[in-house]
Ligand binder design. Structure first.
Ligand code: ATP
Length: 230
């Protein structure tokens, strides 16, 4: 499946989604181009995470649609959406995403193992990714034995090891001090540029958003300001 370079890779059209009486998304629309780093900004509770979860096929909107490379996510079965998330998407969250019982190397190798790659090859790729994220030294440690910044770099390596088309990052630096946060952002963006992945990044911090190519502002469940897709 190929997408012409300038066509949006991921399109959200007129999404609506409520949690009980709370309208989280209210006609939200967004376009993400292949390879771009897009920051979703906006006040707390404005719908940024909900929008990200819809874009990633984790939540299904009540109305509207999300198209990835021309495929409507809500028309897929749960199994198809899970397969898509495993193969085409990567995820980095604020914390708690690494499997505590596995070493950092095994954590990074896990998505490849799930995709059917043999143990040795998966671990070889994982080691390369830890090297690229400058945390080769924590390979044999468990997540509980590494710092927050190291853990996030391992999480970035794990998100990119399968060479996804889109990396979804929800406040990836939210639990880090500013120095470690900047380093994680630098490494995330350069790793995504290396593989050509697009990054959809939710953040409160303008300093973090400064690493993006483009910003979209979410307010009251809709995308209020967005540069046009060129
Ligand atoms: N699972 C849920 N159950 C009930 N309400 C929810 C749920 N998830 C989100 N909401 C509500 O939907 C609205 C949008 O939430 P969302 O998390 O998308 O906002 P956000 O912009 O990401 O906020 P923040 O920056 O504080 O993380 C909020 O009013 C929130 O309280």
């Amino acid at each position: 499946m190929t997408t012409p370079l300038n066509d949006p890779l991921l399109i959200a059209e007129d999404l609506h989604l409520s949690f009980g009486p709370t309208r989280a998304l209210d006609s939200a629309s967004l376009r993400v181009r292949a390879g771009e780093v897009l920051a979703l900004m906006g006040p707390s509770g404005s719908g940024k995470s909900t929008l990200l979860h819809c874009l990633a096929g984790i939540l299904i909107p009540e109305s509207g649609r999300v198209l990835f490379a021309g495929r409507d996510l809500s028309a897929m079965s749960d199994a198809e959406r899970s397969a898509l998330r495993r193969t085409e998407f990567g995820f980095v969250f604020q914390f708690g995403q690494l499997v505590p019982e596995l070493t950092c190397l095994e954590n990074v190798a896990l998505p490849l193992r799930l995709a059917g790659t043999g143990r040795r090859e998966a671990q070889r790729h994982a080691a390369e990714w830890l090297e690229r994220l400058e945390v080769a030294d924590v390979a044999r440690k468990r997540p509980g034995q590494v710092s927050g910044g190291q853990g996030q770099r391992v999480a970035v390596a794990r998100a990119l090891v399968t060479r996804p088309k889109v990396v979804f990052a929800d406040e990836p630096t939210g639990a880090l001090d500013s120095l470690n946060g900047e380093k994680v952002m630098q490494l995330l963006v350069s790793a995504a540029r290396h593989t050509g992945a697009a990054v959809v990044l939710v953040t409160h911090e303008t300093r973090v958003a400064a690493y993006s190519d483009r910003e979209a502002v979410v307010r009251d469940g809709r995308v209020r300001e967005q540069e046009p897709v060129r």
